[in-house]
Ligand binder design. Structure first.
Ligand code: GDG
Length: 723
């Protein structure tokens, strides 16, 4: 049986209105509504959200309306006027919206808005929990519900939970301004799959998760204990067929002709919500400049603007409306003639067929967003203009810009550039327009909204079932049996963080008597080799473990020593000149971070920060890593991040490569590898699938099992000595 899909969004895709025949459901037309409606229509799927009216205003009709909604498999979340004020107008639209669109100057950080947001997210969680089961697929949408995935995870630990953000995710420098930034990230990480429109939003999110919560990712996958969270880009498409069919609808064509009035008139069109992110003022200023610089277009072009009223209770939106009204008046007054008003302006929503006629009528669509998660209007226009006789001017700050490179792309802050783009779009030869529009249209056909939703749901289904498991007593028993029956056995053991806990001074991590005895006893077992695989220098390993019958790897594979043999170097021909370039950078960071220090080894320079203030260290470590990764790109140097250490390593060797030396020696019937940080992952990767691999500590790993402390690993190793 197919799992049931529960879509959760702030607004239901319908509103309830009192019509002639009583209460009716009116579908709302928007990208999300059309995109998911066919998924909602199938099977027993449900859509959960706010119906858009406060429950006070419904008075005693609430029960009846609830029934109508439920009959259509819509589950309402009822909100009071006060909740709507704090949650919707407050935190969602006055905190998150401006901040995520890089308008921090408009963002308010008010505790009561935040509290309202938390309460309403809880309320959503309660409603979802009242209808959901563990086997459902839960798909949560957008910035209003960032806390919901984690709340649902608590209720349904095993359910598949997806989250998609429809607006941009800002860079760390902006996101960190949010006083409740950790809570927001934790909320989102409750999902198994977190989706964004573009890869840059993905990388901003991963950056923030690393910087603020300390979780690393490997190829967009974050390990949280036994759970994994996949983060990926799913650029949203449109209902291609619906817009494409409109191109052949005679009624749409008739209305389009009426809008154009005359074949000689060129129509520039823009459609957006009245929102400061959409670059409406910049568009008007550019049109003004265009008219001033190109007088030959006088009386031959109009700018038709459909501005949809939005969030009118929010101060910034009211101010914008005022500014736009004034500007339009000024520009029309300045350039207009008795017979010609350059800007025609509608401030309302239009029925869907009228929207199509506008698209059809337009010679050029202007999308000038200062920031836009995606922008579906751009895609809808290109699709509706089936004959290709149109052109799109598109802001490079809209997510859609990545998929529509054939558009005339603009920086909306550059008013002169924008004015020039308008001229270019109006004068572009027809063949060129058709060529560009075709290429874009074809791409949009393949990546329509159904493709978007089904790819998201497919990945959500797939999100790795394979989880790192704790090494349970049953596994310990199995491991011991496997060890005992094998005729050739090898153990690869990392040192710091694996055999001994991390301490603030690395010199203090010397092995205790119990560890020395344990390693000696293991190494003396018949048919058994023990190799310590470390990032430490060979001098330290010699001093601490040199008397034991062990194999050793130092400097992450830079040096190798077989039992009883000499140290052999892999990096013989490496010119140490690189250290002169890198060392001063590390030293500068030592200056900046009291308690941190530099360690030099033959092939590595390491900056340790385990003794420093953790919060400050985290920020500086991130900065240093970025600097080093930039500097070492296209060189033989590698930047490694270990536990509270960042190292630059010369040469192509790794722990993975080093242990191949032993793997190639013979066929081992039992292999055990244990490690605690990223550098050990190379070792895990180099091993055959049936090897026993254990990570000490939490976090992302290729290992099959984890243990939480070196103490536990020592117990497991000691058990191998027993019959
Ligand atoms: C958010 C993100 C992201 C507009 N006016 C009328 C009307 N519309 C329809 C359009 C289009 C939708 O509304 C607007 O979508 P956009 O993508 O352009 O912008 P936002 O509303 O800001 O949407 C955005 C989107 O979510 C999806 O993830 O692309 O970046 O900000 O479908 O056709 N529809 C009708 N009458 C109108 O007057 N019927």
């Amino acid at each position: 049986m197919l799992a049931r899909l529960l879509i959760v969004s702030n607004r239901l895709p319908v509103s309830v209105e009192e019509g002639k025949k009583g209460w009716e459901l009116k579908p709302s037309v928007g990208g999300l509504a059309t995109g998911l409606s066919s998924f909602h229509a199938a099977g027993e799927n449900l859509w959960i959200g706010w119906p858009g009216t406060s429950h006070e205003s419904l008075r005693n009709h609430k029960r009846h309306i609830q029934q109508i909604l439920e009959d259509h498999r819509f589950i309402p979340v009822w909100l009071s006027a006060e909740e709507v004020h704090a949650f919707y107008y407050g935190f969602s639209n006055r905190t998150l919206w401006p901040l995520f669109h890089y308008f921090p100057q408009h963002a308010v950080f008010e505790k009561r808005f935040w509290e309202g947001y938390c309460n309403v997210n809880e309320k959503f969680a309660e409603t979802v929990s009242s209808v959901a089961t563990e086997s459902d697929i839960l798909w949560v949408h957008d910035y209003h519900l960032l806390l919901l995935p984690a709340l649902l995870r608590k209720e349904f630990p095993k359910a598949k939970i997806g989250f998609f953000l429809h607006i941009p995710f800002p860079s760390y420098e902006v996101f960190r301004m949010l006083p409740w930034r950790e809570e927001i990230l934790q909320g989102m990480l409750g999902a198994d799959l977190v989706g964004f429109h573009t890869y840059s939003y993905v990388s901003h999110f991963l950056d923030c998760v690393h910087a603020l919560l300390g979780h690393e990712h490997v190829l967009g996958e974050i390990a949280l204990g036994e759970r994994r969270v996949r983060v990926d880009a799913f650029p949203m498409g449109i209902d291609w067929k619906r817009f494409s069919d409109a191109a052949h609808d005679p009624a749409v064509a008739r209305e389009a002709a009426r809008i154009r009035r005359s074949e000689d008139l060129r129509v520039l069109l823009s459609i957006d919500r009245m929102d400061y992110t959409k670059g409406i003022v910049e568009r008007l200023l550019a049109f003004d400049e265009f008219l001033s610089r190109n007088p030959r277009f006088k009386e031959r072009v109009i700018l038709l603007m459909l501005l949809v009223p939005s969030r009118t209770r929010v101060e910034e939106y009211r101010e914008l409306k005022k500014r736009v009204d004034e500007l339009i008046g000024q520009i029309n007054g300045k350039h207009g003639t008795v017979a010609w008003t350059p800007i025609r302006y509608l401030y309302r929503t239009l029925p869907f067929p009228n929207l199509l006629s506008l698209y059809q009528a337009a010679d050029v669509l202007l999308v000038t967003s200062l920031r836009d998660g995606m922008n579906l209007v751009a895609k809808e226009y290109v699709t509706t203009k089936a004959d290709g006789r149109g052109m799109l001017v598109l802001s490079e700050f809209a997510g859609a810009a990545l998929e529509l490179p054939e558009a005339i792309q603009v920086n909306p802050h550059d008013i002169t550039g924008l004015a020039e783009a308008i001229r270019q779009a109006l004068t572009m030869p027809e063949r060129e327009k058709i060529r560009r529009m075709r290429a874009m249209r074809e791409r949009l056909r393949r990546h329509d909204v159904y493709h978007w939703a089904s790819s998201f749901l497919r990945v959500l289904q797939e999100v790795s079932e394979v989880k790192v498991a704790p090494l349970k007593p049953k596994d310990r028993h199995e491991l011991k049996t496997a060890f005992h029956v094998a005729s050739a056995r090898i153990l690869f053991l990392d040192y710091d963080g694996t055999l001994v806990p991390l301490v603030s001074d690395p010199q203090e991590a010397m092995p205790d008597e119990a560890l020395i005895t344990l390693l000696r006893d293991l190494a003396l077992l018949p048919r058994t080799e023990v190799v310590v695989v470390s990032g430490r220098s060979r001098e330290v390993l010699d001093a601490w473990l040199g008397d034991l019958p062990l194999g050793m790897v130092a400097e992450h594979g830079g040096w190798i020593k077989e039992k009883g043999g000499p140290w052999i170097s892999w990096g013989v021909n490496i010119d140490p000149a690189w250290k002169r370039r890198i060392r001063p950078i590390l030293e500068e960071f030592v200056e900046r971070l009291p308690g941190s220090f530099v360690e030099e080894k033959t092939f590595t320079l390491a900056w340790h920060y385990r003794r420093a203030h953790p919060q400050v260290a985290k920020t500086l470590a991130r900065e240093l890593k970025n600097v080093l990764v930039e500097l070492t790109a296209h060189t033989e140097l590698q930047v490694l991040e270990g536990h509270k250490v960042i190292e630059v390593k010369a040469g192509p060797f790794s722990k993975g490569q080093a242990i191949r030396k032993w793997l190639a020696k013979r066929r081992w019937e039992f292999i055990l590898a244990c490690g605690d940080d990223r550098t050990d992952e190379d070792m895990f990767r180099a091993l055959p699938k049936d090897a026993w691999t254990i990570k000490v500590g939490r976090g992302h790993t290729q290992a099959r099992f984890f243990l939480t402390h070196p103490r536990e690993l020592r117990e497991v190793l000691a058990s191998l000595l027993l019959p």
